[in-house]
Design a protein around this ligand. Structure first.
Ligand code: HEM
Ligand SMILES: N[C@@H](CC(=O)c1ccccc1NC=O)C(=O)O
Length: 267
């Protein structure tokens, strides 16, 4: 009898006999993955700190992949495919926000047990985080300066992102494909036309809403991050050399797609 005993229903097809090469841990490279947590101290909470950041970077990797897919779909005029991808992007982004709560179970006293070991490292140096910003339209070359310690390949990736089209460029292409004008002078009129004629442009409207949700969720993460920072280090400056919370508060006002926010005032 199989492990599922006498479960009702049709007999199960037995897997596991075919290729015989893959195992769970082998497929997922678990020996390698689980060997990558190397605390710098004996502080009990450092494993949590490392794990959270590694999980973030894995999700960032997936987000970059999905956002590239959404951009490609918009360029190809396949709006349904871009919208499908954005549903996944939003779901992952909500997980990124929720995850902060797990790190907030750490007390500031426990964080201080290993915080001094971390400097000058900080989230400033997350290449993938900055790639997501660049791809989303927030291109700020000044950040290349914070990657002095990055490898040549990482720097090349960031430079490539600075030169690449953004999600907004792709959306403008989707508008143009439908005969809408996208020059700086005419773009607001086109966005208004989309908003006011849902019968003709509902797919473009919904896609703009998806972009806006991506923007809004990123802003929510920045807000949650700075709340966590204030809870952990108060008014102390950051290990990365910034003023800490004041610097991060300033970044909560940023928008990936300012015109979509401005549109609201014209409706
Ligand atoms: C105890 C928890 C945390 C504290 C106290 C903290 C603190 C800070 C501070 C002070 C900065 C400003 C740069 C500096 O001068 O150091 C910063 C930036 C940043 N942190 Fe954190 N952080 C925490 C957790 C996280 C987590 C879990 C992530 C997830 C990846 C993260 C990602 C980032 C990113 C991406 C930046 C750059 C933000 C920007 O430039 O807009 N941080 N963090
Ligand atoms: N910047 C934080 C330290 C920190 O959170 C951190 C340190 C190393 C690698 C990633 C980090 N996460 C976010 O900044 C601090 O000033 O306490």
């Amino acid at each position: 009898m199989g492990i599922d005993g006498d479960a009702p229903g049709p007999p199960h097809r037995q897997f596991g006999e075919e290729g015989g090469r893959l195992s769970y841990g082998g497929y997922l490279c678990l020996p390698e993955l689980l060997a990558q947590q190397r605390p710098q101290s004996n502080a009990p909470d450092e494993l949590l700190f490392i794990t959270i950041h590694q999980v973030y970077e894995l999700w960032f990797k997936l987000l970059l992949h999905e956002l590239e897919g959404a951009r490609e779909a918009m360029f190809a005029g396949e709006l349904w495919r871009a919208r499908h991808v954005f549903r996944r992007v939003h779901a992952v982004e909500r997980v990124l926000i929720e995850q902060i709560e797990v790190l907030e179970t750490m007390t500031p006293q426990d964080f201080l047990e290993f915080r001094s070991q971390l400097a000058p490292a900080s989230g400033f140096q997350s290449v993938q985080f900055r790639e997501i910003e660049f791809l989303s339209g927030l291109k700020d070359e000044r950040y290349l300066g914070s990657f002095r310690h990055a490898s040549d390949t990482e720097l090349a990736r960031l430079r490539r992102r600075l030169g690449e089209p953004t999600l907004w460029d792709a959306y403008l292409t989707a508008l143009a494909r439908r005969g809408l004008a996208v020059s700086d002078e005419e773009i607001m009129a086109s966005l208004l036309a989309v908003a006011r004629d849902r019968r003709s442009y509902d797919d473009l409207w919904q896609l703009a809403e998806d972009l806006l949700t991506h923007d809004e969720t990123a802003a929510q993460w920045r807000m949650r991050h700075v709340q966590m920072v204030e809870r952990q280090i108060g008014t102390k400056s950051g290990t990365g050399g910034s003023t800490g919370a004041p610097y991060l508060r300033g970044r909560t006002r940023l928008h990936y797609f300012p015109l979509l926010w401005e549109l609201r005032a014209w409706l």
